[in-house]
Design a protein around this ligand. Structure first.
Ligand code: FES
Length: 153
């Protein structure tokens, strides 16, 4: 379950890391873990606490595919776009999910239920193409199985 964002709770999370050497990344992880997004207010607060320009904090948050600065859906589907998965036909799976959900990769369904994203290799190249739903890996999935998989969520 994703908690609602509040300034008080995000301040508390950031405070836990303010005296930690290189505490920015652990703070981003902790915020992401709790809210599944790095809210703009958190970027500003992180900037103040770590004395780093907001633009640099934003750069770090958007560099790592794990972090999102825009609200994600309840379930996050991530397609590996590294070469082995690409060669094994990831694009066809992505297109099938996009068609089924009525969104493009990088978008969230209007009901907030699903977000489609790309990611780098998840370490299961021998099973390519691989995607994850809420970090659970899926492989050997045919296009015909997609509706049944989505129905589980
Ligand atoms: S390349 Fe896709 S899991 Fe490794």
């Amino acid at each position: 379950m994703v908690d609602s964002y509040t300034n008080v709770s995000v301040d508390k999370i950031i405070a836990e890391f303010k005296d930690v050497k290189s505490g920015l990344l652990p703070a981003l992880h902790a915020i992401d873990e709790k809210y599944k997004v790095i809210p703009e207010e958190a970027l500003v607060k992180l900037s103040q606490v770590f004395n780093i320009p907001v633009s640099q904090i934003y750069g770090v948050a958007t560099f790592y595919a794990k972090f999102a600065v825009n609200q994600r859906g309840k379930n996050v589907i991530r397609f590996c776009e590294s070469a082995p998965c690409h060669i094994a036909g990831a694009a066809e799976l992505v297109a099938a999910f996009e068609k089924q959900l009525g969104i493009k990769a990088g978008e969230t369904t209007l009901d907030g239920k699903f977000t489609l994203e790309f990611c780098q290799c998840v370490g299961m190249c021998q099973e390519a193409p691989v995607f994850t739903i809420n970090q659970q890996p899926y492989f050997n999935v045919s296009i015909e199985e997609i509706p049944e998989i989505l129905a589980r969520f």
